[in-house]
Write a protein that binds this ligand. Structure first.
Ligand code: CA
Length: 514
């Protein structure tokens, strides 16, 4: 009898141990083109690539509202913005809502979140949390701890929060499986890299996207009024850290008081022993401006390269951090029973249409990288072209954890695509709703429906529609809405958009669609 009891105890305990651990790593504004397993032209990211090589790469992963806070609220709830309440970066997330953290906790998981939170309220449902206030800082960032204190973590943020992550993994309750959400600040604007990577990247020259110099006049209102142009809206000293000393004699480039304040604030944050070298590198940019006085296309050419140098150097730190986490799993015999997910809160313009930032339902910003590894469950080097969306992340994680997916979640579990050799989902269209206007970047609110071949977008405050053939025109340059050959296609897509809007019950804005 005694032996039987021990046997039952051990088996139950072993069974509990076998639930997979889950590490969800999300960076901020990390476009898939800046991951080498998606695009070899810009950066080598061997550690992030390892997740794809040992697991699955999603080629068509999308978000439902391409900005920071809404994506984070969607991760927590599996819901589109209008239901989870976070429609823009200024809305506070109601932490009394049930989230994936509560549900995982109830399923026997130890839950934690470290890094960017950006939802104004404090996290709830997590057994452990330590988050950046707002966007945090790149150097010596403030962090809010669970007792509400604000502390300063010395050093570069990606490294500091990686140390926090390892500390938590070491000190966690090892009797339970864990679900750990690890959210980087980088590579969000202002793009401030670690010096070692800026040294590596500031001399590199990157290929220009085909649409870097595209003329947006004659396009719809949304294209004409947006303020996310690298040439016009990316600030030389505020964003690209060009030493203002070199700009002051060029009237059209004279920094504003605000730009000077931003520049000075950035300089102040660099570590004392590194500041001189940072300034030298950014002075080189200033000398080019002073000596060549570039304007128009030539100025854009320089700004694009400087933007990419800083942005990609930030990502080098993310890749290093992912390597530290994967090494930890290897060394602690956790690799085989841990699901690792890598994604971003959305895609990001790297010069396409001459833009930076995100927001639009166009594929560059609506898409997001998504890589998942789960040894012995997901085939190594797998790949899928099935359309998935960030509303699916919470249901997928719950399904992996063996927890019930609540029916109020909008997304579906992707587990069948991961482990059951299933190639497609039943869903044929994705829904998109962007709200935030005027600030930041003056992107007109819109609804969209994305299918495999076509995308229909409705900028409802100006009553303008756009239709793109994603197969013939993946860069979404040729609006077909007035082309009579597409009348039937447009009518069909409008119906799909109305169906999705009804399905998700999103009726408070945008008015009637006709
Ligand atoms: Ca973001």
């Amino acid at each position: 009898m005694k032996h039987l009891f021990i046997f039952i105890f051990l088996s139950t305990n072993c069974f509990a141990q076998q639930k997979p651990n889950i590490i969800y790593i999300m960076s901020d504004d990390h476009d898939a083109d800046a991951i080498s397993v998606y695009n070899q032209q810009f950066i080598k990211t061997p550690n992030i690539d390892r997740i794809a090589k040992e697991g699955i790469k999603f080629n068509k992963a999308f978000v439902g509202n391409s900005i920071c806070a809404p994506s984070r609220a969607t991760l927590l709830t599996g819901q589109h913005s209008h239901k989870n309440g976070v429609i823009d970066n200024r809305t506070r997330f109601d932490s009394s809502k049930t989230t994936i953290a509560h549900l995982l906790h109830d399923a026997g998981y130890q839950t934690s979140i470290i890094g960017k939170w950006h939802l104004h309220s404090y996290p709830s449902g997590f057994d452990y949390w330590r988050v950046l206030p707002g966007m945090g800082q790149y150097f010596d960032t403030r962090m809010i701890t669970m007792n509400g204190d604000t502390i300063i973590e010395k050093g570069y943020s990606a490294e500091a929060i990686t140390t926090d992550a390892i500390n938590w993994l070491n000190n966690r309750d090892k009797s339970k499986p864990f679900a750990f959400f690890f959210h980087h600040k980088a590579p969000h604007r202002n793009f401030i890299p670690a010096l070692k990577y800026l040294e590596e990247y500031h001399t590199k020259i990157f290929p220009e996207p085909a649409t870097l110099y595209v003329d947006t006049t004659g396009r719809g209102s949304a294209w004409r009024i947006q303020t996310m142009s690298i040439l016009l809206d990316m600030r030389l000293c505020g964003d690209l850290k060009v030493d203002p000393e070199y700009l002051k004699e060029i009237p059209e480039l004279k920094p504003s008081v605000e730009d000077l304040a931003t520049y000075n604030a950035i300089m102040k944050r660099y570590p004392d022993e590194e500041r001189k070298r940072f300034k030298e590198i950014y002075a080189e940019r200033g000398k080019i401006i002073r000596d060549k006085k570039p304007h128009g296309k030539e100025l854009l050419k320089y700004k694009y390269q400087w933007y990419m140098q800083d942005y990609l150097a930030c990502i080098a730190s993310i890749d290093e951090s992912v390597g530290v986490i994967l090494d930890y799993l290897d060394k602690n015999d956790l690799t085989n029973n841990t699901v690792v997910i890598y994604t971003s809160d959305q895609g990001f313009y790297l010069g396409e249409n001459g833009w930076f930032d995100k927001r639009f339902a166009y594929d560059v910003s609506m898409s997001t990288p998504l890589l998942i590894k789960w040894p012995e469950h997901i085939k190594e080097g797998a790949m899928t072209d099935e359309m998935v969306q960030n509303i699916d992340f919470a249901p997928t994680i719950l399904d992996i954890a063996g927890a019930k997916i609540p029916d109020w979640m909008h997304g579906v579990s992707l587990k069948p695509l991961l482990t059951e050799n299933k190639k497609t989902l039943d869903r044929k269209y994705l829904y998109y709703h962007y709200y935030e206007y005027v600030r930041d970047h003056t992107v007109i609110p819109h609804l969209a429906v994305r299918g495999e071949k076509y995308k229909l977008i409705y900028f409802y405050t100006v009553n303008e529609w756009e239709l793109y053939d994603l197969e013939a025109d993946p860069g979404e340059q040729n609006n077909l809405i007035k082309n009579p050959a597409y009348t039937k296609t447009i009518a069909g897509l409008k119906e799909e958009l109305i169906n999705l809007r009804n399905k998700y019950d999103d009726h408070e804005t945008a008015g009637e669609l006709h």
